[in-house]
Design a protein around this ligand. Structure first.
Ligand code: DC
Length: 233
């Protein structure tokens, strides 16, 4: 079997609502690779903390909970201890707690091993904030996906509405800005573009455009690195 480090990773980082989920899932499907929504792991940890009646400041206790959580992803669904939590983790309330506990080194450390376990052949598309800078620093390709705050809030609003989650656009925009500042301003693994990442601005483009951009860059990276990858659609 190939060593884990020989399994190629595309790191897809960027702020909330930049389209990482849509682009990441479509890219993984296109390549036939695995997909990791690392934000969902932070959200599940936040939900587990809330359910255990832990305050977001009780970070040691939250970190201690993480290794014992039974987390599973099937298709588009996330399950915690055997129960579907896909909807429960999507609200901005859980998102805010996720962002708060994500600033804690003990929590991040507890989640790193769980994230790396997703690196399995033939490859992994990993979406998050620190995929290219920390968790998969050896990624074959690093993409930083971005869009303007207004556009990101509008996309998130549409997504949440479709899921039947009640929000207002101005409130969502405020919460996104607060979460961006918290994610980018923290000391450990802050949201920042890796030095060797490619920035893609999706403000005026559909997700399919970003997917094609990434596939083209992946083909170039594979050629440069002498990797053999089947990138045909
Ligand atoms: O991607 P998301 O919005 O579902 O992520 C929820 C929160 O989790 C986000 O505000 C910050 C945190 N997070 C992180 O710190 N590192 C990651 N790799 C992914 C998410």
């Amino acid at each position: 079997m190939k060593p884990e480090s020989a399994v190629p990773v595309v790191a897809l980082d960027g702020p909330a609502g930049a389209g990482k989920g849509t682009v990441g899932r479509a890219l993984a499907l296109r390549l036939g690779w695995h997909y990791l929504d690392s934000g969902a792991l932070y959200r599940i940890a936040a939900l587990a903390a809330l359910r255990a009646a832990l305050d977001k400041t009780q970070t040691a206790a939250i970190a201690a909970l993480i290794p014992g959580l039974e987390i599973e992803f099937r298709g588009g669904e996330a399950a915690l201890d055997g129960k579907d939590v896909s909807r429960a983790i999507r609200g901005e309330g859980v998102g805010a707690v996720a962002s708060a506990i994500a600033a804690e080194p003990a929590v991040r450390e507890a989640l790193v091993a769980r994230q790396r376990a997703f690196r399995r052949p033939p490859g992994l598309v990993a979406d998050g904030r620190d995929m290219g800078t920390v968790v998969f620093a050896d990624a074959v390709l690093k993409i930083f996906l971005t869009a303007s705050p207004g556009e990101r809030a509008r996309r998130r609003y549409k997504q949440l509405k479709e899921q039947g989650i009640d929000v207002t656009l101005p409130r969502l925009e405020r919460e996104l800005r607060r979460r961006d500042a918290q994610d980018a301003g923290r000391k450990v693994a802050p949201l920042k573009m890796a030095g060797d990442a490619v920035m893609l601005d999706t403000d005026r483009h559909a997700a399919s455009w970003a997917v094609e951009q990434i596939v083209a860059r992946l083909a170039e990276a594979a050629k440069r690195g002498g990797l053999s990858m089947d990138l045909e659609p």
